[in-house]
Ligand binder design. Structure first.
Ligand code: SGN
Ligand code: CA
Length: 530
């Protein structure tokens, strides 16, 4: 009889230990803050020390790189928005997660995602900002997303439950503030997984009012390939509709409205409208006009006087484009600064893994282009900076080839969860612990889009030193030596001096396609008829 109370006490103690153990464990599991932007090229991040680093520093993104690791060989699996996001959520290539193009059907929410695993493991999950997967987020305790591409000025947010609400302000700032509000109001007994996803610096490149003019007196260098003739590569390059010269539209992209033309007929004029200008409040529009008005007048006067020859015109367009783009980046960098400060002030910095990335790269005038899609370096590369105090050595610069399909398994390993066998990516954990480690020798790429900007479908392989890709529509192969021709100006495919590397790359391409279970090339004519 005397034993009973002892047993009860033991049970209570055991339960307390178990509960406490669980609780401590939950608190110890690292938080994951994933800060993600849209179309932010590595060349526009100063930590990457590219040609624009001096003109447009990004001190806050650079802080993540300084205090953690910066991956120079980080790539997407498919250089376009929705597909990149689907690769991130599923850890799988586009042909496996089904979201192969922006123009396809919505993301299949019945499949496994990293958010589902993290939520089930007790993480509080949230996504705020650009989503672009058509079907609403699943496995996020909180979400507030832009419909489709979203807008820069006074954007509409769709809130969990489907209600839409327009909010006055600038999209990047609103996305940041909402992220911080959520961090404040979350259940603090649980670890968190927050995806803070900006619209910027995506087209139409509309900067925040506070950044207008901030680059006026800065010399922004032109890329070496701004006047690329597209010789020595597939003829399809010359027919892409993403040239700074011919396809950036005057009012929409370059902020020179019809009303300001003063009777001048500008070349390549297409009326795309002025959606952001129309969205502005009177007060916002006044500040916008005070900035662009006099500059536009000066340009039109010079143009009328015949002072702007075709070459100068491209240079003017490039400057106008890049200024706006880089000014959009400034607000993204501010956002990173605010989020890092929030972590510092709330004693969260030590136990939060912070990532900065963007859905794909972007052409900042290289090859005469804007936009993305191609497997060429500028759009294939994704920025990837990651900080995790105590695990990642500050200032790490891993050389490993990584891809967006690796993020999901990495997040799972950070959270101590197992990685489903269907996941095609690999956890970055070995590299986070030791920057000299590598995951693979080659990467597979597949681009499936059919229309906009007229970039053809292509599929390829990239190694540390070379790249090979195939264009089914024209039945062409392209091959580049990335060491001797880093700007990818001459395809070596078919060159008698490179037969050995060519067959090695082809074998590797076919091996990857088999390993990843890539489907046969699509029948494009029947797809286009649909
Ligand atoms: C929009 C843009 C394109 C851009 C695609 C894809 N046109 O359609 O220029 O390539 O998005 O971008 S716009 O007139 O709407 O600005 S993505 O990042 O969402 O994939
Ligand atoms: Ca994008």
């Amino acid at each position: 009889m005397r034993q009973k109370p002892d047993v009860a006490i033991l049970v209570v103690i055991a339960l307390a230990v178990l509960l406490l153990g669980d609780f401590t464990n939950a608190n110890e599991r690292p938080n994951i803050l994933f800060i993600f932007s849209d179309d932010h090229a590595v060349n526009a991040i100063s930590a990457y020390e590219g040609p624009l680093a001096q003109a447009a520093p990004t001190p806050n993104i650079d802080r993540i790189a300084r205090e953690g690791a910066l991956f120079r060989n980080s790539f997407c699996a498919n250089s376009i928005c929705g597909p990149s996001r689907a690769c991130i959520l599923t850890g799988k290539h586009s042909h496996k997660n089904g979201f192969m193009r922006n123009t396809g059907k919505g993301f299949d929410q019945s499949q496994w995602t990293v958010a589902k695993s993290l939520q089930a493991a007790g993480y509080q999950t949230a996504v705020i900002g650009k989503w672009h997967l058509k079907t609403h987020p699943v496995a996020f305790d909180h979400w507030e997303i832009f419909p489709g591409q979203g807008s820069y000025y006074n954007p509409v947010f769709i809130q969990k439950g489907g209600k839409q609400k327009q909010i006055e302000g600038y999209a990047t700032d609103l996305t940041t503030n909402k992220s911080i509000d959520w961090l404040e109001s979350r259940d603090k007994s649980k670890p968190f997984f927050l995806m803070c996803q900006h619209k910027a610096p995506h087209r139409t490149f509309a900067p925040a009012l506070r950044h207008l003019g901030s680059l006026d007196n800065v010399d922004i260098p032109e890329p070496k390939t701004l006047f690329d003739s597209y010789a020595n590569r597939s003829g399809t390059l010359a027919t892409n509709e993403m040239e700074v010269d011919r396809h950036l539209t005057w009012a929409y992209d370059l902020k020179l409205r019809n009303e300001e033309l003063d009777g001048v007929k500008l070349p390549e004029f297409r009326n795309y409208g002025t959606p952001e200008y129309k969205r502005m409040t009177d007060a916002q529009r006044k500040e916008w006009d005070a900035h662009f008005g006099p500059k536009n007048k000066e340009f039109i006067t010079a143009y009328k006087a015949g002072k702007i020859d075709p070459k100068k015109l491209v240079q003017w367009k490039y400057q106008r484009y890049i200024q706006n783009y880089l000014e959009c980046v400034k607000a993204v960098d501010d956002s990173v600064g605010q989020l890092l400060s929030y972590l510092d002030e709330n004693n969260l910095a030590d136990n939060t893994v912070v990532i900065y990335s963007s859905d794909q790269g972007f052409y900042l005038g290289e090859h005469g282009w804007f936009d993305k899609r191609w497997m060429f370096e500028e759009s294939f590369k994704m920025p990837f900076a990651i900080r995790w105090p105590g695990t990642i050595k500050p200032g790490s610069r891993p050389e490993a080839l990584i891809q967006n399909i690796d993020y999901a398994p990495t997040f799972l390993e950070i959270a101590g969860e197992s990685i489903p066998t269907e996941v095609q990516g690999k956890s970055l954990m070995p590299i986070l612990k030791d920057e000299s480690k590598k995951l693979r020798d080659s990467l597979y790429y597949g681009y499936y889009e059919l229309g906009e900007h007229a970039v053809p479908q292509h599929f390829g392989v990239r190694t540390r030193t070379h790249k090979l890709f195939y264009l089914p529509e024209t039945n062409e192969w392209q091959m580049f030596d990335l060491v001797n021709d880093p700007n990818e100006m001459v395809s070596l495919y078919g060159s008698p001096n490179h037969t050995e590397i060519q067959s090695e790359l082809k074998n590797e391409y076919h091996r990857l396609r088999r390993e990843l279970e890539a489907p046969p090339y699509e029948n494009l004519s029947s797809l286009r008829k649909k």
